[in-house]
Write a protein that binds this ligand. Sequence first.
Ligand code: URA
Length: 420
Amino acid sequence: FDVVDIIRTKRDRGTLSTSQIDWLVDAYTRGYVEDPQMAALAMAILLNGMDRREIHDLTMAMIASGERMDFSSLDAPTVDKHSTGGVGDKITLPLMPLVAAFGAAVPQLSGRGLGHTGGTLDKLESIPGWRADLSNEAMLEQLRTVGGVVCAAGAGLAPADKRLYALRDITGTVEAIPLIASSIMSKKIAEGTGALVLDVKFGSGAFMQEFERARELALTMVELGRDAGVETRALLTTMDTPLGRAIGNANEVRESVEVLAGGGPADVVELTVALAREMLDAVGKGDVDVEAALADGRAMDVWRRFVVAQGGDPDAALPTPNETHTVVAEADGVLARQEALPFGIAAWRLGAGRARASDPVIHAAGIDLHVKPGDAVRKGDPLWTISADDASRIPRALEALEGAWELAAPGTAVDVPSIV
Ligand code: URA
């Protein structure tokens, strides 16, 4: 095949054959097809789309570019969760132990943050000693002994996607449903999970802002998973305001531990429980009392064993910030609006996220919300506290929050929709 022909075909709204797609992904993985060519093709796909068969072929070709993991030697059914990402989304932390507490094995391959959405591994690394890099053998062993693992995907899993995703990130070609669906699902299918629940976000802080686009993405991914024999389901959930009260790393771990102790913010508990129900139902355990395992310490017990198994100390103090600044209400009122995206950007500017893949994150940096939409406040009440390692970061974070929230007159009714 000729790669220029393939690019021209997609540019002119044509359809690529299975053998063209197989050849292309293999040639790209081997370095024969170059980044500028792949970038041009990604842009043509973003503009002109792919049909269902092409998306399926692209996903299978990306899986074939690397290894496939195999959990069939485990006695327990495997089930994983993937979220398309949002501000304050720490759900994996309470969810994995909660689901594992019912005897399902949860192989959670997670990522690091880039831009305003955080990464699960960055959050967990605020626990002193905790490590994300496990060999495939160690991962399997931990699934057997603890029931859950959160770790970085090895370099061998869907290498074509790793290269393509980094290229899309710098060429404005992330937001294409065929590319997102094949990217996410190639990794999840190669990972070898038996069941998968997708948390597909929509709203102003999600990367699919419109409900209809998020729904199309969800349906595409569910079809890809089912075609590959993975019991796949999706929930569409809102991402207009930050999830929970903590945005950052160490503070998100703290909040997750509150949920595992039977407390925590209502929205985080609601989403954790909804996803746990769906995951357990997907492996034939739909009749259990999920909330009871948060209330009676069973999920906390798995969490503690999980942290220890990966080298961490569940009782160690988490990092605390050098500098904090609390924003207070200038008048009595009701919080009418608190937008996810600017709060995510503010936390990122404080050092909680990274601009380049090689940057470190500051574990103690971030934002703690004292109020959520619908809450009444009195003049002088704290609204949120922002934290950083160095005071020079604070003004730029405050700038990001300008216009991102609104205090309405006292007594104003604020509609707070359910997130699930
Ligand atoms: N996450 C991924 O892994 N791939 C995408 O394309 C988008 C989000």
